[in-house]
Design a protein around this ligand. Structure first.
Ligand code: ZN
Length: 320
């Protein structure tokens, strides 16, 4: 009997990666195409579907494709559209799943934003197996989040629920890419950490190798490596980042009362550097009712998390 597989597609600004994954998290084949070179969505989809068909052909003797899941920035689950994504080459509202049906006419195709896909991936394949109430916070260039309540992802009225990155944590604070000021992601994200490193340089006088790095060459990885090597400024930067995140999470807990909060992505790999101040600040600011009840955990999906998340959309819909 053939193994049922889902095709998980992670649409990113530079590359689109995909993989064929079965219900038990076996990763059977994979591939990628360049996103950035296709200004025309039609030529992009043509290449994407041609490539996925070719990779599928290499395993087709032993598998049966049962559905396609897509994680994309600014993806709308209800409509299968990508809407005004600033980091993708296509403008306006793209009817992505409708257009893809031309190439995969008989299969269910689901699309959601990348952080929502990550949350479903965590539930189907990762550390949230068996949990009904949790959230996943993805820490990349920006901050994304997916909220699960009663075992279902919260999409909201229009399909865009769960924008924790754009909760205002500092009125009139840092300018955000969304046009407003003081959003959480301007503090807690790879770019936020970089901005905070310079704040710490101005605040303290301690010597640090970070002071010799020009702004355009600085990144979160350099700061976390410096912190791990014991650099005081870099450590202060992570403490500040954790405090901003911890306060925001204490507020989130008051609204959704989750069993666990998972942190995923580049910054989460800094481990205790980020987890410790976040956990401490979260507990300190939490209502008594919730204290010591909410687990703050690293994601159990590591490599190819976004593809697992996208594939998990298919299994999630088959179960429900
Ligand atoms: Zn914002």
């Amino acid at each position: 009997m053939k193994t049922e597989v889902a095709l998980g597609i992670d649409v990113g600004g530079t590359f689109t990666k995909f993989g064929f994954v079965d219900r038990n998290a076996n990763y059977l084949a994979e591939g990628f195409i360049e996103t950035a070179k296709h200004e025309d969505i039609h030529s992009y989809l043509r290449e994407l579907c041609k490539t996925t068909h070719e990779v599928l052909a290499t395993i087709e003797d032993s598998v049966k494709l049962v559905g396609i899941g897509i994680g994309a920035p600014d993806g709308n689950f209800y409509k299968g559209t990508i809407e005004y994504a600033p980091n993708l080459p296509w403008h306006g509202i793209i009817p992505f799943t409708d257009m893809m049906e031309e190439y995969y006419p008989d299969l269910p195709i689901y699309l959601t934003n990348d952080a929502n896909a990550a949350a479903i991936g965590e539930m189907i394949y990762g550390g949230a197996k068996g949990m009904k109430d949790f959230l996943v916070v993805t820490l990349g260039t920006g901050l994304g989040s997916g909220f699960v309540a009663h075992g279902k992802l919260i999409y909201g009225h229009d399909g865009f629920a769960g924008e924790l990155g754009h909760v205002i944590v500092s009125p009139d604070g840092r300018q955000c890419s969304c046009g407003r000021k003081g959003c959480l992601e301007t503090y807690v994200s790879a770019t936020g950490v970089k901005r905070s490193a310079y704040k710490m340089m101005a605040k303290y006088t301690s010597p640090s190798p970070l002071r010799d790095i020009p702004f355009n060459e600085m990144d979160a990885k350099i700061i976390s490596e410096a912190a791990l090597a014991g650099d005081e400024l870099a450590r202060a930067t992570f403490t500040y980042t954790g405090e901003m995140l911890g306060k925001a999470l204490a507020n989130v807990v008051a609204i959704t009362s989750p069993e666990a909060i998972f942190l995923m992505g580049g910054l989460a790999k800094a481990g205790d550097l980020l987890f410790k101040p976040t956990r401490e600040t979260m507990e300190k600011n939490m209502m008594k009712l919730f204290k010591s009840k909410v687990k703050l955990l690293p994601s159990q999906l590591d490599k190819n998390a976004a593809i697992y998340g996208a594939a998990a959309l298919v299994w999630e819909e088959r179960i429900n």
